[in-house]
Write a protein that binds this ligand. Structure first.
Ligand SMILES: [Zn+2]
Length: 411
């Protein structure tokens, strides 16, 4: 048994002072506090408070590297972040990465507090997409075996961003690879991914979209409206067909007009919909992030990174599926259009506290419980008995100290 000690814990809905998390076989077996429970003598204790509870440093980890005084300050435990929209990082693109590459990406993600993610496709030639989906399905199945994880973040399902997107709001998805939704194409993608598609972004106004939405929902895919030029009624039709989420709200969407409200009015006002947003300060102005958070509230706002291979890398040229993107001063573009981000999830969480004055606890919720509830991942995104021990230890200002995947520390 492993016991984690810290100064505070966010489940994330509840706060616990001086928490203890008990971990057995990679799962949380109990959560308590030092006021309620002693640390068992035979447990391996990982003390993140900087106080030595046992007289030994049992972790063997040097947690003091960022602080030359050796004084750690407070440590806050939270669920590991779950990013349901990311294309890569650390120089790797998820559609191109080989099985040998993925551990580097997974390790990189944990340095930013991410313990689970949805590798996300972009529009590409259908046969290339199918090859990528097969490889991602292999990675997801391999990661289900906890021995294969090696402490990195875990790919939990696939997000199909395209090919069923609006030409008018395609962003940088290549127009030649966009297709009208049909059940046959959806079935082909589904088969290639061996059923691991958990989320799909689709423009609901496209001919054939509603039929594909109904079928995807029947297969328990979270259908997200986005890359869309839908007028209000078309967006509502998508929701009636079963769509329950919106993809990078404001970006690649018909803009909000007070007399022609369109898809954005549906996304911002419908209490049945969760919605995600890229809070890097580049994709959406901080004031509009604030407006979004007020509209979707504590329970329905979701943070994503939409990160590309360029995340965590210096300025330069990087691959995003079939296209090449340019990164300069934190902006990831192709021909002057924004093309994903270099955002990391810990930064997104800190930005929410700064842009909107949300507490760290509330911002964490938008990166953990809200996305996992939206996609139906019950063992992720919250700290509770029975959940996977995917945990991030943060400083009070949201800097990542240490990440644990299935109870194992990753530095
Ligand atoms: Zn994307």
């Amino acid at each position: 048994m492993i016991v984690l000690c810290a100064n505070r814990l966010y489940t994330p809905q509840e706060e616990i002072q001086n928490p203890l998390i008990f971990i057995e076989d990679g799962l949380i077996s109990a959560i308590s506090s030092r006021a309620q429970q002693e640390v068992p003598k035979n447990a391996k204790v990982i003390d993140l408070t900087g106080n030595d509870l046992t007289g030994n440093d049992l972790t063997g980890n040097d947690l003091t590297g960022d602080d030359p005084t050796g004084h750690l300050g407070e440590a806050i435990l939270a669920p590991g972040f779950v990013d349901i929209h990311m294309h890569g990082g650390a120089g790797l693109d998820v559609m191109r990465a080989t099985p040998a590459d993925l551990p580097n990406l997974n390790k990189f993600l944990t340095t930013h507090g991410v313990t689970g993610y949805f590798p996300t496709t972009v529009a590409a030639p259908l046969d290339q997409t199918c090859v990528a989906l097969e490889r991602l399905a292999d990675a997801i199945e391999a990661a289900q075996d906890s021995a294969a994880v090696n402490g990195g973040a875990v790919p939990l399902g696939i997000h199909l961003e395209g090919p069923f997107l609006s030409h008018k709001r395609r962003g940088v998805h290549p127009p030649e690879y966009l297709v009208e939704p049909t059940l046959a194409i959806f079935e082909r993608l589904w088969q290639a991914a061996r059923g691991h598609v958990r989320m799909m972004t689709i423009a609901p106004e496209l001919p054939g979209a509603l039929e594909v939405i109904v079928e995807a929902v029947r297969r328990k895919v979270l259908v997200s409206i986005g890359h869309s030029d839908a007028v209000l009624e078309a967006a509502r039709a998508g929701v009636r067909a079963g769509a329950r989420h919106a993809t990078h709200t404001f970006n690649a969407m018909r803009p909000l007009d007070h007399r022609d409200p369109g898809i954005l009015a549906e996304v911002l006002t419908d209490g049945h919909l969760t919605a995600d947003i890229i809070v890097d300060g580049i994709h959406v102005a901080p004031e509009v992030v604030q407006l979004f958070l007020q509209a979707k509230g504590l329970e329905r706002a979701v943070l994503i990174t939409d990160a590309t291979a360029a995340a965590g890398m210096p300025d330069g040229a990087y691959q995003l599926g079939p296209i090449q993107v340019e990164v300069k001063n934190g902006r990831c573009t192709m021909d002057g259009k924004l093309a994903g981000s270099v955002l990391t999830m810990d930064r997104a969480v800190r930005n929410v506290t700064q842009f909107a004055g949300w507490s760290l606890q509330d911002a964490i919720r938008a990166a953990t419980l809200n996305p996992t509830r939206a996609v139906g991942l019950t063992q992720h995104g919250h700290l509770a008995p029975g959940a996977e021990a995917n945990i991030v230890a943060l400083s009070p200002n949201g800097e990542v100290r240490q990440t644990f995947v299935r109870g194992r520390a990753v530095s």
